[in-house]
Structure formats: C-alpha cells, structure tokens
Design a protein around this ligand. Sequence first.
Ligand code: SF4
Ligand code: SF4
Length: 401
Amino acid sequence: MKESPPLRTPENSCARCGACLPVCPIYRVSGREELSPRGRMGVIELGLDDRRAKKALAACLLCGACESVCSRELDLTGKITVAREKITDPVDAGITAAAKISRMQRTLAPMARLIARATKILPRESGLRLKLGIGVPALPPEVKASPGGGGSELLPGTIAVFSGCFAAWLVPNILTATTALLRILGDTPHIAEGQGCCGLAAVSSGHGNTARTLARRNIAAFPGTGPILTPCASCAHQLRQYPRLFTADPHWQHRAIAFAARIREFSAFFTDPDRIAALKPCLSPQPAPLKTFCHDPCHLRFFGRDRTRKSRDLLRLVAGLDLNEFHHRPSCCGMGGAFAIKFPDLSRRIIAPAITELRERKAAVLTTACSGCLIQWQKRREEAGIDLEVVHPAILLARRL
Ligand code: SF4
Ligand code: SF4
C-alpha cells in the first residue's frame, strides 16, 4: 500500500484538514472560518492578538467536540484556555460595554427571579456570577491550610460531596436529593466545609490565578483519599482538570493529581452495578409516564470516563423512565460558561433546533446533570414560552424514594 505523504505542519499543530468543522456548534451556526476550531488554531499558532483574534478565542464553548474528531488529536480546549489567559481582556473581547449591558438585559429578563436571588446570596468568588452575567467573580482568599496534604480520612461508609455553586446556593433540592440517594444506599454524605466554586468559569475566562486559588482551597477542603461525589458534570470535569492548573508547581500538582482521581460524577457513581441493585428496590413504581428527554452535557460526551450512556442507564434502568431521544443530532446547549452571556445570539441559535423539537414533540421534562446546561435550558425554555420542566436527574430519582 502506498504511504500517504507526510503532513507538512509540525506534529503538535493544526494540519488544516477541516475534520473538526462539521462538529463545532459555533461553526455550524455561523459558517465563519475564524469561529471554527481550525480558525482558532490559526489564531493561536500565528500569535494573533487583534480584536478579531480575541473574539475568535472568546467565542468558543470549550465543549470538546473538535478534540473528539481532530486528526492530530490536538488538545484544542487546553490550547484555547491557555491562549485566553494570555490575552488582555478575554471576557469582553469584541463587545462594547453598552452592547453587553443591553444584551444581558434581554438575555436575562426571563430569569429575573433566579438572578435576583443569585445576586444576593452567591459568594463573591462564585463563577456562577460570570455565567449569570452578574459580575466578574472576586479573587477568593488564599487557602490557609498546610501545604502538606494528607489529612484525616472520613469514617468508612462516608462519602464526601462537592456541591458546586448551583446546588449549594440556587437549587439546593439537587443536593438534598443527592444526599437522600446516598443515605438510601447506606452511605453517610459529608458536605465538606471550606469548599467553594470549582473554578471552571474562571479558567474558561482566562483568569488562571483565580482558578488556581479556588483549586487550592478545594483540595485543602477534602483531606483523605476516599471518593468525592459531585452532582454537576461540569464541576466533575473541572475538578479533574486541577493538575493542569499546576504545571509550574510540582507540590500542588501532586496534590491535584490525587484529588482529581477521587472525583466521581453523579450518573457514573450511581450506575455502579452494586448501587443500581441496591437502589432499584427502594424506588416506588413509575407513575404515569411523562414525556422525558435527556440532554447530554458536553463534559460527559467528550471528556473523561463518564460517558452519556451512564445518564441514560441511570434513568432507564434505575428510575424505569421511558426516555425519548432527540431526532436531531446531539449538540451542545450553547451555554459554555460565560459564552451564553457574551454571545447570546449565537447561543440561542445553537439550542434553537432542540427547543423547536421539544415544542413539536410536546416534551414534558428535560433532564441533565450539569448546572450550566440546567441554567441554559431554563433560560431558553422561558424565552420560548414552552411548558417544560427542566430538572436534575437526582431530583427525578429522589421523587420516587
Ligand atoms: S471546543 Fe467546541 S466550540 Fe470550541 S472550537 Fe471546539 S467544537 Fe468549537
Ligand atoms: S481536525 Fe484538528 S488538525 Fe484538522 S483542522 Fe481541525 S484542529 Fe486542525
């Protein structure tokens, strides 16, 4: 067989092949090369730093779809994240202040109550402030814990829980449901004091120092070696990314690696065969079925070991739900951290086909295990005026206990 000619670009750079274009949600709705993964790689590799280049870097959902098909297996989201940290004003790139405020008001009007509550109760350093458009999070206080690591183990049968800002502050029912499920299985949930925002919004907006401070605080809040369960798929992803934040700090990187290995995502945790067997008999029979759809968070579809099958297994096998599948191909919901705030029109266009399908098929429930996706679906549901319950799977399960 004749060998293919060698690619002319260096190994760790974009081959310009275009395999990533069809899967990029932004390219699909915009059709613009500079907003494609290949375009962003061009910006990074050429070291461009003008307004258009900054917008290209800012207008990325960090969904990971491009990485899953890249012919060079490039770490695109890692490269884009690092590049964002180097540009001066990554959050506001390409948007004037007036335009930003008017867009925010339009975008957030349907979520007024949630926003009002969030403004009052969210900690100053919560990344949800960025996602909800109510300000840039403050730099959190530096962790005071000894840098030695280790710490005491929890008692056997105790499961540490990382809440995430959404469940901790805005929708505590998610946390109540998660801990109820743990108790049914005979585990004792432990919501560690001192934990805070996972830092995903900070890192994806180019605020690396804030993300590192948040990471150090969370690592220090969870001593020991046992599993750490989180009900949010995006938090799970970010907590597992902590070692990447400390490439220049071997001591904290060592601790971050041990911490990351302990993280358990909600659906994957509860679809362990022993837990399924224990949970199933505790659930009351399925009441009259509601037409339920499951949205797959990108952090489950494209990253790590918790694939989407787990969410479906949990809802089908354990809860006995008759899940409906979308006819259109699965897609990012268009949230992307602060993306939905910065680029509301693109964000709306990304989710529009799914909203239309749910309306036409008279869906009653949309469930997803990611706080960012839950915010986006709630917001777009209200904008579209459709009667759809948007709910975390923990709540669906706990209702039947
Ligand atoms: S991470 Fe997602 S939005 Fe960003 S370039 Fe890749 S496919 Fe496009
Ligand atoms: S698939 Fe990878 S190598 Fe090919 S154009 Fe996209 S980023 Fe470049």
